[in-house]
Design a protein around this ligand. Structure first.
Ligand code: PLP
Length: 313
């Protein structure tokens, strides 16, 4: 299978190894960048990848750019078009992770403000199978690190510097033998995983922390809320969730573009349900897996099909 490792950088497609920045780049020092995580899912039968909810990812991306005063000369439509072009030219035929990055690119370190800095846009794609390498359901712990709040660094968009918060929590969890960390907010309510939103199943309903709990408003979270309602007739309650409620939930799962739907079997060394994948999680996972590969016509508007130019040429 022919593939090419390319990036969109400096306004054009270039070999990935040529897409480089200098060591004085502002974003490298201070995390002044916005990124996204997008998935393209390989559909063997159709011989195409299906990019999931591309527009929504770029809408969130541009919201982040507004907050960080990052100006790039591209609209959502432009960014979608550039992404399709990159994938066509790279020619990957497997599950992918797509990483757009808009960053303060000036070679200017002595500048602790967002003004007087240039911005750049870069885009890359890479093969990515399972994000959490699990045997069965995930083992999670509650992190000693609290989730950043909107009065510190806005958590509703993907600001690069904010991810030190997630990385501290994930590092601690993995070093203690867990698969993933669950972060509480400053008030001690459940916020989310380090790169995932969290749902629990209680008495046949879904419950997930509300937007007020310092969560990233996940696109997978929104997808699951819609699929649960439309396909299973299950409503989702968005409200504050206490840590101890997780221990008593019938099922818990995490959602994210990279992690898809990840069942949670243990939290803080307590069994959730019987420790395996619960029935509602299993049903949602099945539907979601079909939807993201373009397998359900009702949700075709969420998928952008891309065929490799390297194969069809
Ligand atoms: C902190 C955090 N929460 C939640 C999510 C899930 O969001 P989405 O479903 O849009 O990928 C992510 C992943 O982007 C994340 O980084």
């Amino acid at each position: 299978m022919a593939t090419r490792a390319l990036a969109f950088f400096g306004g054009k497609l270039v070999p990935l190894e040529d897409a480089k920045v200098g060591i004085m780049t502002h974003a490298l020092h201070y995390g002044t960048a916005i990124f996204e995580g997008i998935r393209a899912n390989w559909n063997e039968k159709e011989g195409k990848v299906f990019v999931f909810r591309l527009m929504e990812h770029y809408e969130r991306f541009l919201r982040g750019c507004r907050i960080l005063k990052i100006e790039i000369p591209y609209s959502v439509d432009d960014l979608c078009r550039i992404t399709v072009e990159l994938l066509q030219e790279c020619g990957y035929q497997e599950d992918l992770y797509i990483r757009p990055l808009a960053f303060k690119s000036s070679q200017k370190v002595a500048n602790l403000k967002l003004q007087d800095l240039d911005s750049e846009f870069a885009l890359m794609a890479m093969p990515l199978g399972a994000y959490l390498d699990l045997q069965g359901a995930a083992r999670c712990c509650t992190s000693s690190w609290r989730r950043m709040g909107d009065t510190m660094i806005p958590p509703s968009v993907k600001i690069s510097g904010l991810y030190v918060n997630s990385i501290l929590a994930k590092t601690e969890a993995v070093m203690a033998g867990f698969d993933e960390a669950i972060m509480l907010n400053q008030d001690g309510f459940v916020s989310e995983g380090t790169g995932e939103n969290l749902f629990m199943v209680v008495e046949g309903k879904l419950v997930t922390p509300a937007s007020s709990e310092n969560i990233l408003m996940g696109i997978t979270r929104d997808t699951v809320i819609q699929l649960a309602r439309q396909e299973l007739g299950i409503e989702t309650v968005e409200r504050p969730v206490r840590r101890s409620e997780l221990y008593l939930a019938d099922e818990v799962f995490l959602t994210g573009t990279a992690a898809h739907l990840t069942p949670v079997g243990h939290i803080d060394n307590r069994l959730i349900g019987d420790g395996n994948v619960g029935p509602i999680t299993r049903s949602l996972l099945h539907i979601y897996s079909e939807v993201i590969r373009g397998g359900r016509p009702k949700y075709a508007h969420w998928c952008t099909a891309v065929a490799s130019r390297l194969v069809t040429a």
